[in-house]
Write a protein that binds this ligand. Structure first.
Ligand SMILES: NC(=O)c1ccc[n+]([C@@H]2O[C@H](COP(=O)([O-])OP(=O)(O)OC[C@H]3O[C@@H](n4cnc5c(N)ncnc54)[C@H](OP(=O)(O)O)[C@@H]3O)[C@@H](O)[C@H]2O)c1
Length: 284
């Protein structure tokens, strides 16, 4: 089975490409932005028609959420229209499509894990990034009859900037003082997300699916665990989102419900504390 991965140099795309390459029953077609820019509809169609994959996993996205606020046109172009081009090309060759989306499409006001069929936020009240990703989901559904939309959150990994690396760098430079303690989510290791995506492909799954590591915490609790694992003795102060203003609005509650993923794959992702321990062991 041939799987084409877009955005294959990013956090998720790199992990997924490694795992596909390690499997004898799968053939990887790995594309980065230089090889396949998803905003170029004709080039996307041409590449997909040439390669004729059985599945496409769209990991390409403009993910710098604060930059999306000042360049929403680019965010819309990549995360909205670009996603639609990938979906149209997948439909053209009858390939399955995994499109990766985000908790930022939700309003962030839930208090229990968000099911796959929860209503998205009012676009006018989402961040520019959330709006562009919501448009991407809509374009994907318009272009492909049976897409798999995988929503995830709080992703970290070995192949790009991420929260654990930032926390460790700040702590080592003596610059870590306060961490936000009023946003709740599930830290998700890119390796576990990639594994979940391959399990969904193996199960021929379609529809909307949430894939995150199990359990939940605040950013501050996550930072405390990262420092503990790194044996860095530093006390950090919990703070509010209001005390740490950022250009893009972050959802206060991002915990995604895993029930549909579990019923499709008969697998529950491991707890986020086990995943971050593995990440730290691999990184050291
Ligand atoms: N990271 C998170 O916390 C998080 C949370 C929820 C959902 N997600 C979703 O997960 C997916 C993977 O994200 P990630 O964390 O792996 O992000 P990432 O590390 O930023 O990777 C995204 C990749 O897409 C590439 N890209 C950007 N514009 C492109 C274009 N026009 N054509 C082709 N490739 C392009 C980037 O290449 P360049 O580096 O060259 O720009 C980068 O390699 C995205 O859909 C994202 O929205 C991520």
């Amino acid at each position: 089975m041939k799987i084409l991965v877009t955005g294959a140099n990013g956090l998720l795309g790199s992990a997924l490409a490694r795992q596909i390459a390690a499997r004898d029953d799968l053939t990887l077609i790995k594309t980065d932005r230089g090889q396949l820019d998803i905003t170029m509809a004709d080039a996307v169609l041409e590449t997909v028609r040439r390669e004729r994959p059985n599945w496409i996993v769209n990991c390409a996205a403009f993910t710098q959420v604060d930059k999306c606020e000042t360049d929403e046109a680019l965010a819309t172009h990549v995360n909205g229209q670009g996603a639609g081009h990938v979906a149209a090309a997948a439909a053209d060759v009858d390939a399955g499509l995994i499109h990766v989306s985000t908790d930022y499409i939700f309003p962030g006001d839930a208090t229990t894990p968000i099911p796959t069929n929860a209503a998205p936020g009012d676009p006018g009240r989402l961040s520019a990034y959330g709006r562009s990703k919501l448009l991407g989901e809509q374009r994907v559904r318009q272009a492909h009859t049976n897409p798999t939309i995988v929503r995830t959150a709080w992703v970290y990994g070995h192949d790009g900037p991420c929260f654990p690396a930032a926390i460790l760098a700040l702590a080592r430079e003596g610059k870590l003082k306060k961490v936000v303690d009023d946003q709740r989510g599930s830290p998700t290791y890119a390796e576990d997300l990639a594994d979940g995506i391959l399990r969904l492909i193996d199960a021929d799954a379609t529809g909307d699916v949430h894939v995150v590591n199990d359990g939940a915490c605040t950013w501050c609790e996550f930072a405390v665990e990262i420092l503990r694992l790194a044996a860095i003795d530093l006390s950090i102060q919990p703070c509010t989102t209001a005390e740490f203003p950022r250009p893009a609005k972050r959802p206060a509650y991002s915990v995604l419900d895993l029930a549909r993923y579990e019923s499709l794959t008969s697998h529950r992702p491991r707890h986020w504390k086990d995943a971050i321990a593995d990440f730290m062991a691999d990184a050291s």
